[in-house]
Design a protein around this ligand. Sequence first.
Ligand SMILES: C[S@@+](CC[C@H](N)C(=O)[O-])C[C@H]1O[C@@H](n2cnc3c(N)ncnc32)[C@H](O)[C@@H]1O
Length: 367
Amino acid sequence: MRDIQHIEIPGHTLSVRVDPGPEREGRPALWPSVGEYPIYDPFLYTTMTTDDERNHRFRAALAHLAPDRRILDIGTGQDLLWAREGVQAGARHAVAIEVIEDAFHKAAANLPALESPDRITLLLGESTRLRFAPRADVCVAEIIGSLAGAEGAAAVLADARTRLLEPGGLVIPHRAVTLAAAVRLSDLLPEQPVAFAEAALPYLRSIFGWHGSPFDVRLRVENPPADALLSEGAPIEVLDFNGDLQTQQRTTTHLAITRSGLVDGVLTWLNLWCLPDEEPLDALSMKTNWATIYLPLFDSPVPVETGDVLELTFAAALSDDRVHPDYQLQAVLRTADGQQRRGSLISPHHGGAFRSHSLYRDLFPAG
Ligand SMILES: C[S@@+](CC[C@H](N)C(=O)[O-])C[C@H]1O[C@@H](n2cnc3c(N)ncnc32)[C@H](O)[C@@H]1O
C-alpha cells in the first residue's frame, strides 16, 4: 500500500499520509475525531450498539428512571436504541429525535417491527428546534464525545432541560468529564508512522466535504499504549447534566510529570457516569467506542523529568453554530531547572486553520 494517498473534495485534492501497516485488533490507529460531525454511517452506529461497556450503563439508568415516565431520546440514531430500551424498561411513551436524514429514514423503517411501536414517536430534526407537549420526565441523550462536550451535549441538554423536560426532570447520562495527561504523539503510535489508518480516509473526506474545505481536524488515537502517559491524568472539562451545566468553561490544571521522556501535547479521554453512584466508564482503560484524542501543544518534543509540571489551561466556548464547542488550550511547561516552555492550540469544531502545525503539514503533505 502507498503511504501517501489522495482524497477528493469539491475544489481540493488532498494528499494524506497513511499507515501502510496491517490493520490488527488492538493495534494503535490514528483517525479524525468523527462524532462531532453529521457523518454517522451504519459502521459507526454498529460500533455503538455493540459497545457493552457503554450500553449496560445506559440500560441500568433507564431501568431505574424510565418506568411509568415519558422519555425523550435525543439523537436516537438508525436503531432507536434508547427509545426502544426505555419503552422495554416500562416508559409510558418515548419521543425519539434524529437530525441525520438517512439515519432517521432507517429508524422509520425499523419502527413498525419494534415491540410497542405505538409508544414511540419518531421525529426528524435538531432537538434545539423541537417543540412538543407534554414535556418529558426523563431525557436520554448519547451525544457524548471522546472529548466529552465536543458533540454539543452542554448546549443541547441545557436547552432540553429548559424547554423539553418537566421541571425537576432528569438527564441520562448524569455526568461526563474529560481528563488529560502529557504525552508525545509518536509514543502513542509505537513502531508505526504518525499517519492515518487507511479505513479513516472516507471519514476525512466526509468531514471536509461536509464543511466545504479541509481544516486541522482533531486526532483520535485508538488503542494507545498505557505506558505512553508521562504525567498523571486530571480533569479539564466537566459536564454535570443534572447540575450546574455550563456551555462555556475554562479550567487551569497542573499535570505533574511522573517519568522522564519527551512531551509534545496531551492525550484526553472520557469518564462517564449514567447514574451518580456508579463506577464511571473510563475510555482510557476500558474497551469502548470512545477513543482518546491527542491535542498537539508544542511544535517539537520537549524533554521532561519527574517533578516537572505542565500547567494546562483548557477553554470551551460555543462555535458559530451555537451548539458545538470550539476549544483553546494554553500550556506552560515548567522544568525543575527553572525553564519555561509555552505551547498552545486553537481547535475549532469546524473551519479554522489548515496545516497550521508541523504535525498537520506531515499528515497532509503539500502537493
Ligand atoms: C453518538 S450517536 C448515538 C446514537 C444512538 N443513540 C446510540 O446511542 O447508539 C449521536 C446521534 O445523535 C444525533 N444528534 C446529535 N445531536 C442531536 C440533536 N441535537 N438533535 C437530534 N439528533 C442529534 C446524531 O446525528 C447521532 O445520530
